[in-house]
Design a protein around this ligand. Sequence first.
Ligand code: KIV
Length: 277
Amino acid sequence: MLGKPTINDFVALKGQRKIVCLTAYSAPMAKVLDPHCDLLLVGDSVGMVVYGMDNTQNVDINTMIRHGQAVMRRRKSALVVIDLPSGSYETSPEQALVSANEVITKTGADAVKLEGGADFAPHVKCLVESGIPVLGHIGLLPQRTVAGKNFRITGRTPDEVSQLHIDSDALADAGVFGVVMEGIVEPVAASIAKLSKVLTIGIGASAACDGQILVTDDMLGLYDAFTPKFVRKFTNLQDEISRAVECYCAAVIDGSFPSKDHLFFNKKDSASSKAAK
Ligand code: KIV
């Protein structure tokens, strides 16, 4: 996508080509990812990935706003969506609207995401009717896991299958422009993706989804506290960083860093040092 993104342009990608989404929490990462991605999610996974928390449940709205502002400073063409954190929207549609308004006003992001299915259709409807685009999130809901447990794949029982279809339809009817489907058994995710009238973005769901999302730090090999089965590490930046830091240590210890190139001299000294070269 070229230029400032719009929800309409994004939605028009459905059926045209696969949609590429990743998480971003910082300005430098947004700068690198923006040219490659259709959507950057400022996910509340920031709590685990950046702050070392055990789950996403204690991330607050100010944290989401600060990281959203950082990402927005470097995004050029990708759609930016910010997670409404746990505790900021569940109570009522009105609470969701106050939080979503704050996030959008303070960051300038394009949309918010919230976790939950049919129970949250009234919240979604309220936001959409107030002009705030919403991305849904069904299946495995990290905000609802208990004490970091229950990272459980869904869609294994008939009840779960029918609930997932109900959730997907209710969110679409409430006006989401797309839905993230996380941790859902493949045939069920594929069937929802096929039937859904809105964009489907998979993470541990199905290649039949309209697009895919991963936590960037997972796919770069930067986060290793826990690696879900659905992650492919496309590189191992931890190893790369370790190698670079080893080189830095060696250079500091053997005195080859800093060299003259990295130091400051008076003009006279630098002229004489150049002449001496
Ligand atoms: O917070 C997050 O990073 C997410 C993705 C896993 C979809 O919600």
